[in-house]
Write a protein that binds this ligand. Structure first.
Ligand code: AMP
Length: 540
């Protein structure tokens, strides 16, 4: 490396490569454990040193299998230590890790694997039927390896055992790609987001901050967020930087999760609200608590107020985060404000129910929904289309012909939000889900959040129904909690002091289940389809 142009000195050429993360973890925190609870109920323990050793072996196995720089290595797997090994092994071989969501539909998996041109596929035995079903539709995949069985493909441990793991990591540049994740694609085909070493490293370093994951080597982290969704919120990368202990569970059963949280003295966890609902229900049923748990990071969809109250009431710090696959995924986190301690508990809960503020590196703005050239004030009132930019935000989707950002690098998130004067983000909708009644916007998200606060409501979704006078009026679709009963009027009475009067749903419809997307979000598209012919009383 040459010194700087003025020859007055220069700093070292230390590329921001994710392989530095695992080298650091193995060297500085080599003894720190990675625990796995497997699908068959067995448990194994390795360490960051063990993960590095196996990743180096895997990198050699991949190169022996003919993997070339930049080629994709796919995984179809739940959370476990071998999956973690592949994150570093694939990248260490110069490849690109591609985590596949096994909950997607066959046609989506067909499209994604072919679009990504995956070369190697490493899967859990639990997904063997899926692999057998799809194999003929995945012509680019040349090698299949199974994580936890020697059938129907070579077992992962046997495959890597033949290699010493002594070769150096593949040469890479920090702007080289390291990971590929596809968005859930509620409309059109899924889109690939290709993360670079540099974007991943900056995201990981940022994630260590107190206002994000606040992670260090004393942290015991149980990531419930799947390793196949949105880079598992970056946790496998920043966990290595921190040298934290990780506890993985290949099953999402609340009984198993509560047992692990207690037994392994887990201090921090991260997952979507539905997971926490089932964990809290299980704790309530057994009258149990989690004395070691200090922090819960929750995102992916809005965290209900009742859940925030519940955690905060037990002294657990709640970090309500917003992000998307396109933002690596951390965009904002609900960190405490400087005057936090002067605020009432009620106020604190309200602030935590918003989506938080940006960490350094991310910029947000809202623009007018009808006139994107008009930037909206941060007044805590005006809802607009949320845009984001920063070093870990997508610029162009994988293989796309055009950038996904405007000339100033702003990426339109598809979310609708209000920005408060202090920069706090409050998500009110998806652009495609907003309900427009009498020329005014109604936030379906706020209606839903308020409704799930009712003790008899398990899940709620608001959609707009065509109305001759008002254009659209909201209806609320509700799934009752098992054994609970509630009427349309009781729900509307409950909402009356929580939302504006004209936001109150014109009807409440009770259903057994609300449709979800492959990533567990409410599928408004399917719900609208379900209620396509619905007419409101007096509106026909
Ligand atoms: P995905 O790329 O699958 O992670 O989906 C990203 C989308 O999830 C965002 O654009 C939001 O619509 C939604 N989302 C993420 N976090 C939150 C949150 N804390 N509250 C409400 N919606 C969220």
């Amino acid at each position: 490396m040459q010194p700087g142009p003025n020859n007055i000195g220069a700093m070292q050429d230390w590329q921001l490569l994710v392989t530095h993360l695992i080298d650091h973890a193995a060297r500085e925190h080599g003894e720190r454990e990675i625990v796995t609870h497997w699908a068959d109920g067995s448990e194994t323990r390795t360490t960051w040193a063990g993960v590095r050793r196996d990743a180096a072996k895997m990198a050699e196995a991949l190169r022996a299998a003919g993997l070339k720089p930049g080629e994709r290595v796919a995984t179809l797997a739940m959370n476990h230590a071998r999956h973690l090994v592949t994150w570093y092994g694939a990248v260490g071989a110069g490849g690109v890790l591609h985590t596949l969501n096994p909950r997607l539909f066959d046609d989506q998996l067909d499209y994604i694997v072919n679009h990504a041109e995956d070369r190697i596929m490493i899967f859990d035995a639990a997904f063997a039927p899926l692999v057998e079903r799809m194999k003929a539709r995945w012509p680019t995949v040349e090698h299949y390896i199974c994580f936890d069985s020697a059938q129907p493909a070579p077992a992962f441990e046997d495959w890597i055992a033949a290699y010493p793991g002594t070769a150096p990591w593949a040469d890479a540049n920090e702007r080289d790609p390291c990971m590929l994740c596809y968005t859930s694609g509620t409309t059109g085909n899924p889109k690939g987001v290709l993360y670079e070493h540099r974007s991943t490293m900056l995201h990981a370093i940022s994630g260590l901050q107190p206002q994000v994951h606040a992670m260090d080597c004393r942290t015991v982290m149980l990531p419930v967020v799947p390793m196949f969704h949105a880079a598992s919120w970056g946790l496998p990368w920043l966990g290595a930087a921190a040298g934290a202990k990780f506890v993985y569970s290949a099953v999402n059963d609340p009984v198993v999760l509560c047992d692990l949280l207690r037994r392994e003295k887990v201090t921090a966890s991260a997952g979507v609200p539905t997971v926490w609902l089932s964990v809290l229900q299980h704790l309530d049923a057994g009258g149990d608590t989690l004395p070691d748990l200090k922090q819960v990071v929750c995102g992916g969809s809005a965290m209900p107020r009742s859940m925030i109250e519940r955690f905060m009431g037990q002294g657990v710090r709640v970090v309500h985060a917003w992000g998307m696959t396109e933002t690596s995924p951390i965009g904002t986190t609900g960190a405490e404000s400087w005057d936090w301690d002067d605020r009432s508990f009620e106020d604190q809960v309200t602030i935590k129910s918003y989506q938080g503020r940006v960490p350094f590196g991310v910029e947000l703005r809202c623009v007018d929904l009808d006139d994107p050239g008009k930037v909206l004030p941060r007044d805590g009132l005006t809802a607009g289309a949320l845009q984001v930019r920063g070093p870990w935000v997508v610029k162009r989707y994988f293989k796309a012909e055009r950038d996904a950002v405007d000339a100033d690098q702003w990426f339109d998130t598809g979310d609708v939000a209000v920005l408060h004067p202090d920069g706090t983000l409050q998500l009110t909708d998806r652009t495609k889900d907003v309900i427009k009644s009498g020329g005014e916007w109604i936030s379906s998200v706020e209606l839903e959040n308020a409704a799930v606060g009712h003790p008899a409501v398990a899940e709620a979704a608001a959609i707009g129904i065509a109305h001759p006078k008002w254009d659209e009026r909201p209806i609320l679709v509700v799934v009752k909690k098992a054994g609970a009963d509630v009427t349309d009027t009781e729900i509307r009475d409950f909402l009356a002091d929580k939302v504006a009067k004209w936001w109150l749903p014109d009807a409440v419809e009770f259903v057994d289940a609300i449709p979800h997307t492959g990533t567990g979000k409410i599928s408004k598209k399917d719900l609208r389809e379900q209620f396509r012919d619905y007419t409101l009383e007096g509106a026909a």
